[in-house]
Design a protein around this ligand. Sequence first.
Ligand SMILES: Nc1ncnc2c1ncn2[C@@H]1O[C@H](COP(=O)(O)OP(=O)(O)OP(=O)(O)O)[C@@H](O)[C@H]1O
Ligand code: SF4
Ligand SMILES: [Mg+2]
Length: 403
Amino acid sequence: MQTKIASGEIAKDKTPGAAAVGPRNLLEVRDLSVSFSGRAGEVLVVDGVSLSVRSGQTVALVGESGCGKSVTALSIMRLIPQPPGRVVSGRILFFDSTSSDKDCVVANGDAEVATDLLQLDAEAMRRIRGNRIAIVFQEPMSSLNPVFSAGDQVAEAIELHQGLSRRRAWEAAVAMLQKVGIPDPAERACDYPHQMSGGMRQRVMIAMALACQPSLLIADEPTTALDVTTQLGILNLLRGFQRESGMSVLLITHDLAVVAESADYVYVMYAGRIVEHAPVETLFANPSHPYTQALLRCVPTIHDDASSKRRLSVIPGNVPDPGDWPTGCRFHVRCSLTRDRAGTSRRATVAIGPDVALRRCVEAYDAEPSGLPHLQQIAPNHHVACWECESTQHINRVAAAAP
Ligand SMILES: Nc1ncnc2c1ncn2[C@@H]1O[C@H](COP(=O)(O)OP(=O)(O)OP(=O)(O)O)[C@@H](O)[C@H]1O
Ligand code: SF4
Ligand SMILES: [Mg+2]
């Protein structure tokens, strides 16, 4: 299904969550909410997420375990198991001028046509999935089929999406395995996943994903299970492909070192919502949401040695389960600002007046009955969802505390 959208709407960054620099958007997720049903009833796990990926860019989605990163990725691929999952609302707009799929041809002039992936029927979505949008999962062992050889699995992807004969697909698969750095690819193509190292299996997954030259690759923790050297090799491999083909990458990770190394633009996610987004340089130079700051304080730097005075910190507590999101700001239980200023009995000590923002943090506030802070632009192309960020004082404090 096609969706007509005035191009100015995108270029002028009116979309909440739009990354407003560089080339035009390839993907726009708008106000996506996803729930799962269980014994406790239907529970939201992704709550109003908006994000954009521009052509040729690497966009990182970061956050701790359980924040909703993979559910967001699976929603884009339309791979949420339904039931128990359900996309409650939102749009996933895909702008892909290179697609041969008739649903995806992009117009020109002052209007653009996008495909709302959520509206596609199963067959049309199958044509896009693997072909124009591909995904690499964290665990190759659970994604590769143990009873088929690596070559068979890559060839099957090529056969399916490019319509080549089995023999031509096998040749293309061997060439692809060579491209992703598998030594002796003609021989190793006959190996089964259990005969390969973790790094090699991940390369096979990447070969499968990239075989059809997608315009968007979703890489969900592609290197988390790997040692640092192999991790670097995989990231370099992705970068090489990206340079060659102009592909965009949505990189899901909790590793901020990988983000600094690879991303152009970053979205920080906490408890089902985006809490900050900015270009990577801005985010690292001026992290403004207390959660982003806390994540950055957990990252060791090259200057941290035995003589270093900086202590690596941990964020107290855990991401709350979706059914247990607290009132007010979902981060308030762990937020250093509320802890430092109000101690344990926050509600009793936070007063209206200079601390009015803190009162908003912990409970519903008249002006915002849900008590949730919304993303606000605090600097050009830098958005933060934090009541405290509304005050200049806070921005100064953040600047002083930046790691
Ligand atoms: N199939 C499912 N059924 C029920 N709940 C689910 C299902 N898949 C995910 N969830 C819940 O959705 C929430 C978000 O999960 P998600 O996998 O997106 O987290 P994540 O940010 O990717 O974490 P991680 O870094 O550990 O991969 C979690 O609370 C999880 O338990
Ligand atoms: S809104 Fe309040 S509790 Fe939430 S991150 Fe900002 S200061 Fe902390
Ligand atoms: Mg995940």
